[in-house]
Design a protein around this ligand. Structure first.
Ligand code: ADP
Length: 151
């Protein structure tokens, strides 16, 4: 018997969770696709955040629902607005890496008031997108821990 309370064990386990254990698959679009196609991708893939890549498949931006709504409010033709014009761009993207602690990633979501982070691996001349970490992933980790199904 370790003498630890339930809450101490809970915290101890929570502090060990890594991003890669809970991340989802990223949904990625290239920087020259239209806002119209990005909206279609968001619906089809059922995500709230798209990651934007260049022709080398490196991360160049993030596109959220609000970015697309803002663009839609104007009377522009959405098929002629490329996503690179309306996305949040590098270097202003908050990222995480697979080996980061889930709690640190969760703190970034709160501090930056955003819904998701791209999970990236640094490569020679950029960042390769390998996953998506959202508030839903954090919620799943908490529920799993509370139900003690984590092995
Ligand atoms: P929503 O627009 O659906 O409320 P967010 O709150 O995540 O979604 O996005 C708010 C703003 O922050 C958008 O302009 C979006 O481009 C930007 N954003 C989203 N995720 C990130 C991120 N990981 N790093 C930097 N900016 C982000």
């Amino acid at each position: 018997f370790t003498g630890k309370t339930g809450s101490e064990l809970f915290t101890e386990k929570l502090k060990k969770f890594k991003v890669w254990e809970y991340q989802s698959l990223p949904v990625v679009v290239e920087e020259d696709v239209s806002a119209y196609d990005a909206i279609c991708a968001m619906f089809l893939e059922d995500v709230g955040t798209l990651f934007v890549t260049n022709n080398k498949s490196h991360l160049v931006g993030v596109l959220s629902r609000k970015d697309l709504l803002r663009t839609s409010i104007g009377s522009k033709d959405l098929t002629s607005v490329p996503v690179h014009m309306i996305m949040t761009r590098m270097p202003n993207i908050t990222i995480c890496e697979p080996e980061d602690l889930l709690l640190d990633a969760a703190q970034k979501l709160i501090e930056k008031q955003i819904d998701g982070l791209p999970v990236v691996n640094p490569v020679e001349d950029g960042l390769e997108v390998v996953g998506r970490l959202t508030k839903t992933n954090i919620t799943k980790a908490l529920v799993e821990l509370a139900r003690d199904q984590h092995i």
